[in-house]
Design a protein around this ligand. Structure first.
Ligand SMILES: [Ca+2]
Length: 381
């Protein structure tokens, strides 16, 4: 029995080898490329050696690569570093487990964000899954490792929950560009994310895992419409693209991260502004500033004494005021370049007199004829 199986296998190998030789003899040798940049000019989605390899890559959230055994064979030694049967696979990945948005649509969101940045990370992944309604109206940091998420009703089966947690951990472990010490943190990171997902937390965050590989992950709650989920996804993606946030600047500036908490208004305000900006851009709208000011204005009407530290709505409005005053530009906000080094920690410190005026005047939003704007006095003040 074993003998005949071995014989059969040998014949198969011979047959395969013969057909490969025959194919090589009749086909011109495929072009060799010296880099992925060059190959991607001809094959923008990368090249798989076979249909199953292409399908597997697409299931992992990438754009489905073209299939060409000849191109693959000519270039795999140099360009298929992780030996997964695909050369120059997409570095942008997205997976949606939520009804209401497909993985292909989420990949469009991912590409929109990374395309906007002047220094995007090499690898980026977006992940969305559904949760139900909140179980109470208080955050439960004790349940979620200190993260300010709240428990929601489960809407996924145990099998689906497993699929979401597996997706995150397998994407993370496939990241080849992270350092050995960063990779040692992977399992604890994946376990934390899995606890959030299993606990039906309203997760909205940008977990590492390293400088060259970033992700934005979102639990889409039953109370959020699609536009809200998209805006939050863009907000979190922006955090993932802020190359120098407080945790990264603390060791560089030799300061304790907690001593810089009064800078969060700027990292949050830019992210919230970006969420509205990117949503408008995708929809072909130009009303993002109006929406930002209207939300802040509604918030201020509910609580006129609110401070600029209190929430992202008023912090995004403060960005509008700074653009109006010429202190920042929308272009640099949108392309992430205020976060290319740690200068922002000093530039936007509330103890600076010009920043103190923003803390004084962010609430001077006026409304006339349905239009929201900062008063001339606030702009010139
Ligand atoms: Ca590969």
């Amino acid at each position: 029995m074993l003998r005949s199986w071995v014989v059969g296998l040998t014949s198969l190998i011979v047959l395969t080898a013969c057909s490969a030789t025959a194919a090589d003899a009749t086909q011109p040798t495929a072009k060799r490329y010296s880099s992925c940049e060059k190959l991607l000019q001809d094959f923008p989605q990368g090249v798989a050696r076979s249909e199953p390899s292409a399908t597997k890559s697409a299931q992992a959230g990438a754009v489905k690569p073209d299939v060409s055994a000849a191109v693959y064979r000519a270039n795999s030694r140099l360009l298929d570093k992780n030996r997964d049967g695909v050369i120059c696979e997409s570095t942008r990945k997205a997976k949606s487990f939520a009804p209401g948005i497909s993985s292909a649509q989420l990949l469009d969101w991912v590409k929109a964000v990374t395309g906007e940045m002047s220094q995007p990370p090499r690898n980026f992944m977006g992940l969305i899954w559904p949760v139900g309604r909140p179980l109470d109206d208080q955050p439960d940091p004790d349940v979620f490792d200190g993260a300010p998420f709240s428990e929601h009703a489960d809407v996924m089966s145990p099998k689906e929950i497993r699929a979401v947690t597996d997706y995150f951990s397998s994407w993370q472990s496939s990241q080849q560009d992270c350092t050995a010490s960063e990779r040692r943190e992977f399992s604890e990171g994946a376990r934390t994310v899995a606890r959030w997902i299993k606990g039906a937390a309203d997760v909205a965050t940008a977990p590492g895992p390293c400088r060259s590989s970033r992700s934005a992950i979102l639990a889409w709650t039953a109370e959020q419409d699609r536009d809200t989920a998209r805006r939050i996804f863009f907000h979190e993606s922006y955090h993932a693209m802020q190359n120098y946030l407080l945790d990264r600047c603390a060791p560089i500036l030799k300061r304790n991260e907690d001593s810089m908490n009064d800078l969060r208004w700027f990292s949050e305000g830019t992210a919230e502004y970006f969420g509205e900006y990117m949503s408008a851009k995708q929809d072909g709208r130009t009303d993002h500033v109006q929406r930002i000011l209207q939300r802040a204005s509604d918030d201020l009407r509910g609580d006129p004494g609110i401070s600029l530290d209190s929430n992202a709505y008023v912090q995004a409005a403060a960005m509008v005021l700074m653009v109006d005053k010429g202190m920042i530009s929308e272009r640099r906000l949108a392309d992430g370049s205020y976060f290319h080094d740690c200068d922002w920690i000093n530039d936007f410190d509330p103890s600076r007199p010009e920043i103190a005026t923003i803390f004084d005047d962010f609430d001077k939003i006026e409304n006339s004829g349905g239009r929201y704007f900062y008063s001339d006095q606030a702009i010139s003040g």
